[in-house]
Design a binder for this molecule. Structure first.
Ligand code: ZN
Ligand code: ZN
Length: 242
């Protein structure tokens, strides 16, 4: 388990299990906010780091989405620190197993019922807030995915909005609606973080600068696919005429 200092008020706790997984601890004026909970086996290290940070008690847990690798530590953390847990209201029925995640044939409960509360709704202008974090709705990887921006530290805690490798953005794996996910990534231009952390792949500095390239790549691959489909359709219609 590795701990990293992300910014003045934020640290990460990470693990490598064939892929990297990290969660974030944010020092707030009233205590600590934990963003995502990783795997069950990370719970002890997360709590230890919260204590070591000496920024007051754990006040709340906020989740980017309900996939198992983001909510796995919840149960063991809550057993020791019963605090409120927030998730976007659109995501809750999927995380609680009432709906199957898009692309999955079966609904599966990743979180017991009665634990998750909806995040505060966004005001008419600007993002919702919880603690010192701005909440941005970023669907695509999952129906109610959100990311959290820390304005003072200029850090975006981005869950699975992207994956990353050696500081480069990668479209997120296991994403049923990549087009919508890329649209949601427009948040990088609005918030323009100096540093973004993704759950799988660590740090990307100034991520907004990489967005143009990704959009161009996605556009090119869309055109290539459409061309391929056109050729297939032509071939099929020739066959059926014969
Ligand atoms: Zn995910
Ligand atoms: Zn994930």
């Amino acid at each position: 388990m590795g701990v990293k200092v992300i910014s003045e008020r934020i640290r990460s706790v990470g693990i490598w299990v064939g892929l990297p997984i990290e969660v974030w601890i944010v020092a707030e004026p009233d205590g600590v906010t934990l963003v995502d909970t990783g795997l069950s086996m990370m719970a002890g290290a997360i709590l230890q780091e919260i204590d070591r940070m000496n920024a007051g008690p754990l006040k709340r847990i906020v989740l980017t989405h309900g996939h198992a690798d983001h909510v796995g530590g919840l149960k063991r953390i809550l057993a020791q620190r019963p605090v409120p847990v927030y998730m976007h209201e659109r995501e809750i029925p999927y995380a609680e197993g009432d709906l199957a995640y898009p692309g999955k044939s079966q609904a599966r409960a990743h979180v017991e019922k009665g634990i998750l509360q909806p995040l505060p709704a966004a005001p008419k202008h600007g993002p919702a807030r919880i603690g010192e974090l701005d909440v941005y709705f970023t669907p695509g990887h999952s129906p109610g995915h959100v990311v959290y921006g820390h304005g003072a530290d200029k850090v975006l805690l981005a869950g699975d909005l992207f994956n990353a490798k050696r500081g480069r953005l990668i479209p997120p794996r296991f994403t049923p609606d990549p087009e919508l996910a890329l649209q949601s990534a427009g948040v990088l231009r609005d918030f323009d973080p100096e540093r973004m952390q993704v759950c799988h792949g660590g740090t990307v500095y100034r991520p907004a600068g990489q967005l143009d390239d990704l959009e161009r790549e996605a556009e090119a691959s869309k055109r290539a696919q459409a061309r391929l489909q056109e050729m297939r359709d032509k071939r099929n219609s020739k066959k059926s005429r014969r």
